[in-house]
Design a protein around this ligand. Structure first.
Ligand code: SF4
Length: 729
């Protein structure tokens, strides 16, 4: 018997007439998938495919990567430089020289009147590494402001801080290949299948071949939690308690790796004493995980021949994000799980080149993980660039999350935003709006003229996007990969690299410092700065051709290295760059400082990503199916909680916090408990109107995920209208 239509005509997609394939790397998340861009006979990019020979993605791409080639001609691209006197006025198209002169004059005016640091520069994790290095040269060497940071402070600063405190250096010590060797994985605050789908696919393949326990720690029953063997629905912001309680069990039951601790760590006694306060009997009431489960998970992890932790924003975006990272490192150091196959602390980075900015942008110091506080480092870079070392500050300036409040206080008067969109991405956007309005001068450099923050700018620089440029990214596992220039920049937009070089000409030190004209020449300069037996971040053996041939090479990859394979893991020899060569066990105490649900605001507010969108939708909001699949801001709500308040599925509601309100559509789901709601963070005028964003004391990263809200009825017709206005693409 036949079911369904018998005359079915399958949809046939005609093959695209590709004349040439160009090599590239995805410009969204940090997975680092290699992509080939298909060009037709007129040189237009008409399709893309995952590179089958790339170790990272082995031919796979997620929905964002598959559609990424549509970026080049997507709606909202900026094509001409523009200026205006006041941000309420109409922009005028001008030449690049006029826009650059106007901006340089305003930077100098502000710096002369209010001091060098009164002009801030905030960049991104999405430029190419050569562009980050050049921006660092321009900022540190020519403009000379110390208030310079990247938006990576919103996503990875806690991981950076935690790595530095534990191991003495930033840089994830593990790699994706660890999935093939581990015997137990704990994943903290990471919804891998939606956030990093191709990394998840690698993990899934490894687990299909060799079953090992997966423990997911997340307050939501995320997609990842649904695939886990054990899901720990932790109380928001209490991971420190869970980890201390696990260490308590490990020490109490003598499961620690005493040999590794004795040979390779500092501070064991202090750590041991500290965790005595975290008996699981007590801890369970704080972290919400029952004592038996804490014991079971601790035993499972400590007894595994090799065990690893991965994490994302659930750890980093917290008032104790840096402590949380240190505590993951504590767990791995105490169980001997650093630097061995399948045993590691692997932070899953957010943006495609968050690592590149960490390594080379000079945001938190000087190039190649050098610091401003180190006199020798200042001298090295000053000599290399040919300027006076006294031009450099002697300690780091403000982080992004402190730069914005400094506009309120009047310390910052002008700002240059490069490929970042604080009007959507920062916590408490109502307050950010007032700060933007207060700026004496704002220049926005972005591929998209309609990026929300541009409404407050006085100058707009249209930047080229992705493979309209050439240069490198570093992915989550320290793999440097290459994007080849596939097409010309749209209209009169220019590569960020070109814009920085042109701006440098307008400052006195720009005449002294050499600014190479090609990204590959910049890469050669970075290689020289990376070289040295004592340098872990060593890329001196790489070339563009080698990187492309290998489809990415992990650092360190020293000059003279045979073949095309870098080091997959750091600290395999148990030596750490800490002074005495041992890793630091960090004492971490729980401080209960979050805004928590109460009678007036009874729900935890959680936020996170969707697979279809990237960050503030500046790009994915314009791309075909990504936006069609997920066009509307929504809120996950537990059906029991909704029933009590009289809300039904797909009804619009107003969510209210002490900062502001947002209108969203209710999606009923058991993924969230009755005392929690979840809203994706991608949409403008949405979840970040509500968030509090208290800062981590070490990393200055905001706690986006720990605040509370109430939910109110709203007029459905008005809300639907508002929603339509939002869906402008
Ligand atoms: Fe791009 Fe990340 Fe998707 Fe890979 S997983 S295609 S890097 S967005």
């Amino acid at each position: 018997m036949l079911f369904g239509r018998t005359d079915r005509k399958p949809i046939v997609i005609p093959p695209k007439q590709v004349k040439e394939w160009k090599y590239s790397v995805c410009n969204y998340c940090s997975t680092g998938c290699s992509i080939e861009l298909g060009l037709d006979d007129k040189g237009a990019v008409i399709t893309s495919r995952g590179h089958a020979g790339a170790d990272v993605n082995r031919g796979k791409l997620c929905i964002k990567g598959l559609q990424e080639h549509e970026l080049f001609t997507s709606a909202g691209r900026g094509t001409e430089p523009m200026i205006r006197n006041r941000y309420q006025e109409e922009f005028q198209n001008v030449s690049w020289d006029a826009a650059l002169d106007y901006t340089a004059a305003n930077i100098k005016r502000i710096q002369q009147k209010y001091g060098r640091d009164s002009f801030a520069i905030v960049s991104t994790g999405q430029l190419l590494t050569e562009e980050f290095y050049t921006l660092g040269k321009l900022t540190r060497g020519c403009i000379g402001t110390n208030n310079y940071d990247g938006n990576t402070t919103l996503c990875m600063a806690s991981a950076v801080s935690g790595y530095k405190r534990s191991f003495g250096l930033d840089g994830p010590p593990g790699c994706y290949d660890d999935f093939e060797h581990t015997h137990c994985m704990m994943a903290f605050g990471s919804n891998l299948p939606e956030q990093h789908p191709v990394i998840y696919w690698r993990l899934k393949e490894a687990r299909e071949k060799r079953k090992f326990p997966l423990i997911v720690i997340d307050p939501r029953v995320t997609m990842f939690a649904q695939f886990a063997d054990i899901h720990l629905p932790i109380t928001p912001g209490t991971d420190v308690v869970l980890l201390n309680a696990m260490l308590y069990v490990i020490f109490r039951e003598n499961l620690q790796d005493k040999g590794y601790i004795a040979a390779h760590t500092n501070n064991y006694e202090e750590l041991y004493q500290n965790v005595q306060d975290y008996d699981p009997v007590k801890a369970q009431h704080i972290c919400g995980i029952d004592e038996d489960t804490i014991r079971q998970v601790a035993r499972l992890y400590a007894k595994a021949p090799a065990a690893m932790c991965i994490w994302t924003m659930g750890i980093n975006q917290s008032t104790h994000g840096s402590d949380g990272v240190c505590n993951i490192n504590n767990l791995n150091l105490c169980t001997g799980n650093i630097g061995k196959p399948g045993g590691t602390s692997l932070s899953i980075t957010g943006q495609c080149n968050a690592m590149g900015t960490r390594e080379w942008s000079s945001c938190s110091g000087l190039p190649g993980y050098r610091t401003l506080e180190n006199e020798q480092h200042r001298q090295e870079i000053a000599d290399f660039w040919g300027i006076d070392p006294e031009f450099f500050p002697k300690s780091r300036g403000l982080a992004q999350t402190d730069i914005f409040p400094a506009i309120e206080s009047g310390a910052i008067k002008g700002m240059w935003l490069v490929a970042t969109n604080p009007m959507t991405s920062m916590a408490n956007t109502g307050r950010i709006r007032k700060m933007m309005e207060k700026l004496d001068f704002l220049v926005v450099q972005d591929c998209y003229v309609d990026v929300e923050t541009n409404q407050f700018s006085h100058a707009y620089f249209p930047a080229a996007v992705w493979a309209e440029k050439e240069g490198c990214h570093t992915n989550t596992e320290r793999r440097v990969n290459l994007t080849r220039n596939a097409v010309k920049p749209l209209g009169n937009s220019k590569p960020d690299f070109w814009i920085f070089n042109e701006m440098a000409k307008r400052f006195p030190n720009g005449q002294k410092i050499r600014f190479p004209q090609k990204p590959e020449e910049v890469f050669e300069e970075m290689k020289v700065l990376s070289k040295g037996a004592d340098r872990t971040l060593d890329i001196s053996g790489m070339t563009y051709d080698k990187i492309e041939a290998a489809r990415g090479i992990q650092w360190p990859f020293r000059e003279g290295t045979e073949g095309l394979k870098g080091e997959p893991r750091l600290y395999g020899d148990g030596k750490f760059p800490t002074g005495n060569g041992r890793a630091n066990l960090i004492v971490v105490k729980f401080k209960d400082n979050n805004e928590k649900p109460d009678q007036e605001f009874p729900f935890w507010l959680n936020s996170g990503r969707l697979v279809e969108h990237f960050h503030t939708r500046t790009r994915t909001g314009k791309i075909a199916n990504g936006n069609k699949f997920s066009p509307t801001p929504f809120m996950e709500m537990n059906p029991d909680a909704a029933k009590k308040l009289g809300f039904v599925h797909q009804q619009y509601v107003r969510v209210v916090s002490k900062r502001g309100d947002a209108v969203v559509m209710v999606q009923l789901t058991q993924r969230v408990p009755p005392n929690m709601v979840f809203i994706p963070f991608h949409y403008h005028d949405c979840v970040n109107r509500l968030t509090l964003g208290l800062l981590d004391p070490y990393s200055r990263q905001p706690a986006f995920k720990q605040c509370c809200v109430k939910i109110e009825h709203v007029d459905q017709t008005e809300a639907a209208q508002l929603n339509l206005e939002r869906r402008k693409y």
